[in-house]
Design a protein. Structure first.
Length: 424
């Protein structure tokens, strides 16, 4: 289904007076409001194809009705999101969960919906039906060269799909590691992984990047072969200029200072970008901003500061993606909340008074530094984010339109109530 423009206009009209009141109030206190709005308009967050269905846990999966059953329907869902918030103009495919078959047909749909193809993701953490060799004991790290070769070839295959679609990056997340002491020779596992990654790197087109994602634990619980940002950065540095470290917010040990990691990766020119989500305990993959919004703000503070220090383009120079999936919400509503949380944190980070913060830091004025950050964090910028949406034809309240138009109900009518999306 598509949302007719006039429906969004009608909705915006109904909220306009109240929106204007809120916007004028917050905008009055901000110099450069126009340039901030433009930055918000330019900023887009990619949607992973696996987040459009209800995510399961290892205990069960409660599929929702009307889930997208094909890559085309997943694109349709991202198109719906994008027409509501004008900030979700890209989709990231996980292969083989979603194998593009007819490239030109798929590219056509993307063009109609105004979508681009973000990074493509490989999957060597599961065995597929017709797969020859098993990844039970790892993939790129495996002691058996033939298994490594199979995993390398899969990654090269994923790059080929990406080239056809116009993607510019490959994201490699490995579950490789060990569950028990003694299971693995750490150095050999690292070296095997590095050599495998080098072969994949050699297959990258000139204008591509490879994102090396790390994760502290799960599914391996004693060691992960790409377990933290230090290890990822080691690989990225050894691989070369097209290799970068990808930060997934849920992939750290509890209480890790992610904002500091971000700052240093940016300093090194090695930050690939983000997989946004939120968590209380581990890789919980909850809605962005639902648990630790202040941390998200502090991360964006470092992002904006660090990107500006390097003269980077906020919207284009890093990869921005949501990586969340869970059991209890409608996936589209969840994604709307996630995108909104990201835009709010980004907007707030833009508003931070850098000059004053810098002065406070230079004077060791700890109290002033905290005041500056928290004043901004407590500023309600939702009307600024909504204004950016309004100006680009999106909805003042995407969630409200989604519910009022009964979009899920319409999707259930079209797709049925027993559909299951591929993914986790
Ligand atoms: C992993 C990691 C990857 C994602 C898979 C589905 O934990 O976050 O980015 O592709 O999950
Ligand atoms: Mn991830
Ligand atoms: Mn994850």
């Amino acid at each position: 289904m598509r949302i007719e423009k006039f429906k969004i206009e009608e909705h915006n009209h109904s909220l306009l007076a109240e929106h204007k009141r809120k916007f004028d109030f917050v905008a009055a206190g901000i110099d450069n409001i126009e340039s901030f709005i433009q930055k918000l308009i330019d900023f887009n967050v990619a949607i992973p194809s696996w987040a459009l269905g209800t995510g399961g846990t290892r205990f069960g999966r409660f599929s929702g009705a009307g889930e997208p059953g094909s890559i085309e329907e997943k694109m349709e869902d991202v198109g719906l999101l994008h027409s509501l918030n004008q900030s979700s103009g890209a989709i990231s495919l996980h292969i083989p969960w979603d194998i593009p078959e007819n490239y030109s047909a798929i590219k056509n749909i993307a063009a109609q919906l105004g979508l681009k193809f973000d990074a493509v993701n490989s999957n060597t953490f599961q065995d597929q039906k017709d797969q020859q060799l098993s990844y039970k004991f790892g993939s790129l790290q495996h002691v058996n060269k033939d298994v490594r070769k199979q995993a390398i070839e899969h990654n090269i295959e994923v790059i080929k799909h990406g080239i056809e679609l116009g993607s510019k990056a490959l994201t490699v997340w490995l579950s490789d590691g060990s569950c028990f002491p003694g299971q693995l020779n750490f150095r050999k596992a690292f070296q095997n992984t590095l050599e495998s990654l080098q072969e994949i790197y050699a297959a990258l087109p000139a204008d591509w990047k490879v994102f090396i994602e790390y994760k502290a634990y799960e599914p391996n619980f004693y060691s992960m072969t790409v377990g933290d940002w230090g290890q990822s950065l080691l690989y990225a540095n050894k691989l070369g200029p097209k290799a970068y470290t990808l930060v997934d917010l849920g992939h750290h040990l509890p209480n890790a200072n992610i904002e500091q990691i971000v700052s240093l990766l940016l300093m090194e020119g090695k930050l690939a970008g983000f997989h946004f989500n939120d968590s209380k305990y581990g890789d919980d993959d909850l809605t962005v901003g639902s648990i630790k919004p202040y941390q998200l703000f502090l991360i964006f503070n470092e992002l904006v500061e660090g990107m500006d220090a390097r003269g980077m383009n906020h919207a284009a120079d890093l990869g921005w993606m949501i990586d969340a999936s869970h059991n209890v919400k409608d996936p589209l509503e969840d994604l709307m909340q996630s995108v909104e949380a990201i835009m709010i944190s980004y907007a707030q980070a833009l508003l931070i008074d850098r000059k004053k913060l810098n002065e406070a830091q230079q004077n060791n004025d700890v109290v002033a530094a905290q005041e500056i950050l928290q004043n901004t964090f407590r500023t309600d910028v939702r009307a600024i984010v909504a204004e950016a949406r309004l100006r680009t034809g999106g909805a003042l309240s995407p969630l409200q339109v989604f519910r009022q138009m009964k979009i899920r109900e319409q999707l259930i009518k079209e797709r049925g109530s027993r559909t299951i999306a591929t993914g986790l």
